[in-house]
Each structure stands twice: as C-alpha cells, then as structure tokens.
Ligand binder design. Structure first.
Ligand SMILES: C[S@@+](CC[C@H](N)C(=O)[O-])C[C@H]1O[C@@H](n2cnc3c(N)ncnc32)[C@H](O)[C@@H]1O
Length: 341
C-alpha cells in the first residue's frame, strides 16, 4: 500500500484555494433558523466533483516523508487480516463515493449511524466504542501502518463486524471517497499538535480549508468531536471553524475540561526556578482562561469530559502530567433546500 503518493502532494499543496475570513462567529441557538432562511435561496443541487477539484486538497506536509518500518508479524497481519477490515487507495476507485451499506455488508444489525474516527492511532477509542455500541458503524482513517495491523488484528480477535478501516491520509479519503451527508459523527481525538514554529503548525490536520471540505460530509445535525490536551490548538481550531465558509452552520454545543495544573504542587518560587515548567504551566492557564471566555461568549457552561469517551494513552499522559484535556463538540446544521412548488 502506498500511503505517501508523493507525486501528487507538492502540486496539491500549491493549489490550495485561499479562503476569505468571515467576520461572523458561530451560530447560536436562535441564529440557526435565520441563517438557513437567508441562505436557502442559493442552494444548489449536488453535482459530481471533477477530478481537478478533488485534487485541490490541503495536505498535511509531514506525512509524505514519514517512513514506517514494520515487523514481519505486522506485515503478515496486513497481508492476511487487513483486507477483511481495511481499504486503501489501491482498492478504491478514484473519486467514487463508497457505498456504506456494501462496505458494512456483514453487519446488518448496525443501523444507527456512521462514525468516522480520524487518526485512530493504536485504536483505543474506535475499538472500545465499537464494542460498546454494536448498533453503530465505525470507520477509521489512519496513515500509521503499525496501527492498521494492530487494529485489524484486534477487530478479528474480538469479532467486531461494525468496524472498517481506511489506510491513508484522511483529507484525501474524505474528499475522494466519502459522499455528502455520510457521517453522523466525526471524532478527532488527540490530533498531532506540531508545537513549535509557525511552519510546524502548518502541518496540523485541522484548518479552515479542512473544515470547509469536511462540513458537507456530515449529515445535517451531525457532530464533530475534538479532544486534545493542547489548549491553544483547540482555540486555533475554533478560530478555523469560524473562518470557513460554512461557519454559520457550525454550532459549538459543548466545551468540556478535565485535569489541569494542580496549584498546590507548584509554588511560584518553584515555577520561577524551572523556566520551562513555568512557561508550560502559564500557557496551560492562559489557554484555559481564553477557553472560559469563548464558552461564556457562546453562552455555554464549561462542562467536563464526556464519560463515554474512552481514555487513551495520550490523555492518560496529559492528566498524569497535570495538564488540561479539552473536549469540544460542534453540531453541523446546514441550510435546508426550500420546499418545491
Ligand atoms: C497523537 S495520535 C492520536 C491517536 C488516537 N486518536 C488516540 O487518541 O490515541 C494522532 C494520530 O493521527 C494520525 N494522523 C495525523 N494526521 C493524519 C491524517 N491527515 N490522516 C490520517 N491520520 C492522521 C497519526 O498517524 C496518529 O496516529
């Protein structure tokens, strides 16, 4: 399987459309109907996307260079077990939306909706959720090949039929193979934050372009759920959602906070002595203060983490280190076409 497709990547990055930044924020409860009324006149029938448009994707730059060494065992699992659960570029027809009923053909009992887990990693979340909710279908997209082997093997061992996996980059997967209105829920848990320079941060998955592309893939009323231990990334994500052309249809419905710096362990003197720690802690608190302001502005009470979300190793590490973990859930409520006649 080729997870890099390096021939396409540079062209695609250069072909990125520039977005205008909208000056309005997210929709609030009372606003949604109004926005729909204003915007339904412009509704257009869906049309097939030409290949040259499909190629105008935003690519996280880093993944093209990533080398992934696999053990003999992992390679054997990818060869023998992966095809039962997994698909990759080679097994799909370019630009043709996947028929979900066909993909989940052996799972007739799962009728309650389709969840997309972007960057499922070692599969802690997707596996636990799929086992706990046999009536829902779970689709994972991940570029980490060792993760493909791990999760495919676990699905096989646990006899999970409501899981399917895509081995490749999620942006391209969504754009090329997922029809409009596909997902009831999209979850992005602990995305790579790429802390550091601005150039590093351009490698992040979530941008205004990404959300513009993702929006129509959600079913009306679908939910985007992001969990992260990097407060400033989550704040950036909220800015990107506000800046994308569908921003009026995104409605932040929940902000949850758990963990956080324990003041009793951290005297100001100790903090001053350890510059790095002090900076990290100040950043945490500054992000928390901004997040509280965002919640207040949206008329939301700061909640806690949803108890149903499985705790993965990234969250455990963050909590152990005394850092905050943030959960943000955003509804997507698009304009409806006007009734005919
Ligand atoms: C920090 S890990 C989190 C894994 C998992 N969600 C969890 O909470 O344990 C982020 C994962 O996202 C994957 N990833 C990052 N960008 C991606 C992309 N554009 N498409 C698919 N997977 C991606 C990485 O390979 C990595 O496994």
């Amino acid at each position: 399987m080729d997870v890099t497709e390096p021939d396409l990547v540079d062209d695609l990055i250069n072909a990125l459309p520039q977005l205008d930044v909208c000056d309005h924020g997210f929709a609030k409860d009372g606003d949604v109907g109004k926005e729909q009324e204003n915007l339904t006149d412009g509704h257009q029938e869906p049309r097939p996307t030409p290949r040259k448009e499909l190629d105008k994707l935003q690519m996280p730059r880093w993944y093209q260079a990533r080398r992934q060494n696999l053990s003999k065992r992992q390679r054997a699992i990818l060869q023998d077990v992966w095809p039962k659960y997994g698909r990759d570029y080679k097994s799909l027809k370019f630009g043709e939306p996947i028929d979900w009923d066909t993909l989940f053909h052996d799972c007739a009992e799962a009728t309650k909706g389709l969840v997309l887990d972007i960057g499922f990693g070692a599969g802690d979340s997707i596996l636990q959720l799929a086992a706990a909710r046999p009536k829902e279908r779970f689709l994972g997209a991940e570029i980490y090949r060792a993760g493909h082997a791990l999760v495919a093997e676990a699905c096989d061992q646990q006899g999970l039929r409501n899981v399917r996996l895509f081995g490749g980059e999620a942006t391209k997967f969504l754009q090329r193979y997922c029809g409009d209105g596909s997902f009831d829920r999209v979850q992005i848990y602990f995305p790579d934050p790429f802390p550091g320079s601005e150039t590093d941060m351009n490698c992040r998955l979530m941008s205004a372009n990404f959300f513009a592309m993702l929006a129509p893939k959600l079913a009306p009323g679908g939910v985007l759920h992001i969990a992260s231990d990097v407060g400033f990334y989550v704040l950036d994500v909220l800015d990107h959602l506000r800046a994308e052309p569908n921003s009026a249809f995104w409605r932040v419905c929940r902000i949850g906070q758990s963990g956080g710096p324990d003041n009793s362990e951290f005297s100001p003197e100790a903090a001053a002595a350890v510059r790095h720690q002090r900076t990290a802690r100040d950043d945490e608190l500054a992000a928390a203060a901004r997040m509280a302001a965002v919640a207040q502005d949206l008329g939301l009470r700061m909640g806690t983490r949803p108890t149903w979300r499985p705790q993965t190793k990234f969250e455990t590490k963050a909590l152990h280190e005394g850092r905050f973990v943030w959960d943000v859930e955003v509804d997507y409520i698009p304009a409806k076409p006007l009734a005919q006649g």
